[in-house]
Structure formats: C-alpha cells, structure tokens
Design a protein around this ligand. Structure first.
Ligand code: HEC
Length: 141
C-alpha cells in the first residue's frame, strides 16, 4: 500500500509537471514560469504528504468496517463468543485454521459468503474487502 501511494505520487507529480508547462508556455516570461513551477512543486509535495497518510487511513477504515459489519459474529479481535462459535461454527480469525487460508480464499469467503455468513459483495467495495483481509492478518496469534 505504501508503495502504491508512492507510485501514485510520482504519476501525479509527472502530470503536474506537464500541466505546469502547459499553463506557462515559453514566451510568457521567465517570472511567470518560475511562479507556476513553485506552485507545481508545492502541490506535488502536498500530494506526497497525502499519499503517505493514505495507508494508515485504510487500516483505520478496515478496523471500523470490522467493528460495524463483522464483530457481531466474529467477536472482538476475531474471537467469537462461545455461543456464537457453537451456533454458527466459525473459528477464531487469528487462529491457525483461518490464518492458514490464502488471501484469495479469505477474499472469496468475505465476498461470496461461507456457511451461515452471507457474502459482502455489493455491501463492501473490493478495496474494503482487501483491507479487511489485511486486517485479519493482523489478528494472527
Ligand atoms: C452473521 C454472522 C457473520 C457476520 C456478520 C460475518 N461473518 Fe464471517 N463467517 C461467519 C460464519 C458462520 C462463517 C463460516 C464458518 C464456517 O462454516 O467455516 C464465516 C466465515 C468467515 C471467514 C472464513 C474463515 C472461516 O472461519 O471459515 C472469513 C475470512 C470471514 N468470515 C470474515 C468476515 C468478515 C471480514 C466479516 C465482516 C465484513 C464477516 N466475516 C461477517 C459469520 C459471520
């Protein structure tokens, strides 16, 4: 995720550089070109700060999504209550069985549903589901 943010930043900076020369074409005076470049650099730096701040924001979103949509069944920290585990049959998300599943299997279970759990495709975006898979990895015991 941090790498993605950085790549987006580079792309954005390159696009801004292009725009900079578009708004300040040669012949309009060096002063104006300099000012435009300063603006471009400022915006590029600002976008770097945002790009670096995005991954922690995604993690916070996943924790909030988990609390709102998953915790009622899977319990705090992925540990279901005894009653829940008995009636629904799910295992602790941080336990070896679930952690032994591949990211693709976890994604499919969340998106399409499994056992008594309905699928969340349509309720959650692909990005939210992918962040939840990463969140589940943090619950590993
Ligand atoms: C209505 C209760 C309920 C809710 C809400 C729920 N789950 Fe489940 N979940 C289950 C049950 C039941 C299973 C299947 C257990 C089995 O049969 O193996 C399951 C299975 C899973 C699995 C596959 C691992 C396993 O134990 O088989 C994952 C991953 C998972 N849930 C994640 C989530 C996430 C993330 C959310 C929130 C977006 C969520 N669940 C919401 C009940 C629920």
């Amino acid at each position: 995720m941090a790498k993605t943010g950085f790549a987006e930043y580079i792309t954005f900076a390159v696009i801004l550089r292009r725009f900079g020369s578009y708004f300040a074409p040669r012949g309009l005076g060096e002063e104006r070109e300099k000012m435009t470049m300063r603006l471009v650099v400022t915006i590029a730096l600002f976008s770097l700060v945002i790009a670096l701040a995005l991954p922690p924001m995604a993690a916070a979103d996943a924790a909030a999504d988990y609390k709102a949509k998953c915790q009622a069944c899977h319990g705090p920290g992925g540990v279901p209550s005894e009653g829940m585990a008995k009636s629904m049959g799910m295992k602790p998300l941080g336990g070896a069985d679930v952690q032994g599943m591949s990211d693709a299997d976890l994604t499919a279970a969340i998106a399409n549903g499994k056992g008594k759990m309905k699928g969340f495709k349509g309720t959650l975006t692909d990005a939210q589901i992918s962040d939840l898979v990463k969140y589940i990895r943090t619950l590993k015991k």
